[in-house]
Ligand binder design. Sequence first.
Ligand SMILES: Cc1cc2nc3c(=O)[nH]c(=O)nc-3n(C[C@H](O)[C@H](O)[C@H](O)COP(=O)(O)OP(=O)(O)OC[C@H]3O[C@@H](n4cnc5c(N)ncnc54)[C@H](O)[C@@H]3O)c2cc1C
Ligand SMILES: NC(=O)c1ccc[n+]([C@@H]2O[C@H](COP(=O)([O-])OP(=O)(O)OC[C@H]3O[C@@H](n4cnc5c(N)ncnc54)[C@H](O)[C@@H]3O)[C@@H](O)[C@H]2O)c1
Length: 454
Amino acid sequence: MTEYDAIFIGAGQAGPFLAARMAADGQKVALIERKFLGGTCVNAGCMPTKTLVASAHAAAAARRAASFGVIFRGPIDVDMTVVKARAEKVTLDARKALTEWLGSFDSMSVIYGHALLEDQRTVVVNSEKLTAPRIFINVGARPTIPAFPGINEVDYFTSTSILQLCSVPEHLVVIGGSYIGLEFAQMYRRFGAKVTVIERGPRLLSREDDDVSCAVEEILRSEGVATHTSASGFSFRRDGDGVEVRFSKDTLVHGSHLLLAVGRTPNTDDLGLASAGVRIDDRGFIEVNDRLETSVAGIWALGDCNGRGAFTHTSYNDYEISAANLLDGDNRKLSDRIPAYALYIDPPLGRVGMTEDEARRSGKSILVSARPMSRVGRAVEKGETAGFMKLIADADTKQILGASVLGVGGDEVIHGIIDAKTAGIPFSDLKWAVPIHPTVSELFPTLIRDLRPM
Ligand SMILES: Cc1cc2nc3c(=O)[nH]c(=O)nc-3n(C[C@H](O)[C@H](O)[C@H](O)COP(=O)(O)OP(=O)(O)OC[C@H]3O[C@@H](n4cnc5c(N)ncnc54)[C@H](O)[C@@H]3O)c2cc1C
Ligand SMILES: NC(=O)c1ccc[n+]([C@@H]2O[C@H](COP(=O)([O-])OP(=O)(O)OC[C@H]3O[C@@H](n4cnc5c(N)ncnc54)[C@H](O)[C@@H]3O)[C@@H](O)[C@H]2O)c1
């Protein structure tokens, strides 16, 4: 039995950073990872996919170049071996840097193997027992594979396995019309595949406002992505080298390749949580309080596995909250986090705070202001006028409740509103800001002046 000050299970986007802080303070820590340091983001999530999105953007820009007066002679081809190699390099470089950094701490042991909780203080890995008064769980999630009839008789990709593909499918069928499904759908369409997205909900991106869903669907359709919504009763059958998808009784779609993008399942079912008495909810997420403490004193759960965020920045923020509370004598709370994220289709969607629908349902007296990108100078100049920006505010408190920027630079532009919300500035203080011209952000003061009761 080896004793440590702290044990970290899973090397995602929270645990390694807390382990490093503790090790830098001279604490003896063990960081256990069963596959790759960096977890999903580095190895199968944000980094490889955003690198692929950049390749897809280059392909789309090349095809549109003539409208900007730039002429390519001959066809525009996509070399998927180069596309894949580029994404792999970004992942491998990041993993290498992380491995070197984590290896540089004298009092940190990085252990490769599957960790299992034996009791509230003991972890077993590679048949060795480790014990510590503090255990941090950062085990992330994996692609969900529903028990669809016939799914085990056909070949399918997940968001992880599709990263190994080095050819363009003839027809990629994507089940699930949310973040993962839509990013891959547009990307593969731009690489040259025929793409069909099939979504169970009545619209794509069902967590977003109707106008956002409709505009996203329009963007994808304008590039030739076919979409089906309100699909039910899925079943799958082998069809030559491809797959036949049946849904909504008699609708059939034949594809050469299939991608399942129907959500993620927390990696909490093979962790021995019951032996330690750590409570999970009915979807398998570890229950935590506002300080990320689980039902067992001395055990914390960080990142996707606690169900309180499903992004790299929320996992990293879990690290910041626990570091502040445990090492800096602070009192930071999960409930203070302002939800924000982006969807990396092109143009991207940047989001912060409440949707308009959530704001209406909250019973607050709300003000709304919106502007199409076709009336944003910078978007017109760039020839990228799809989408719109929308601001929602509270008429009584003068606080901004939320914003959506679907349009060129939306993932960056939204940070002006994230910062204003974080500072708690009333919108009236922002309306005389002098933004830089020409930018998309320069329209925020105009949006604020145009806020109207709805
Ligand atoms: C395709 C895709 C694209 C994404 N794009 C974005 C994006 O653009 N922006 C964004 O913010 N988020 C994105 N995400 C989400 C983001 O990747 C995750 O939210 C993020 O990685 C947070 O992960 P985490 O820290 O909870 O754990 P993870 O990064 O999932 O790491 C958990 C680690 O724990 C290890 N592990 C699990 N069980 C055990 C065990 N028993 N013993 C030892 N080790 C174990 C796993 O091997 C893994 O390495 C994307 C996700 C996917 C799938
Ligand atoms: N840009 C980003 O930040 C980014 C990108 C990709 C993924 N992610 C993270 O990964 C997580 C998972 O993404 P996702 O798109 O797989 O999941 P999701 O939970 O966002 O969406 C799953 C979709 O599949 C549909 N669905 C679910 N079960 C189904 C079933 N049985 N049959 C048919 N359809 C079904 C749902 O209606 C939904 O639209 C996200 O929550 C997000 O946090 C983030």
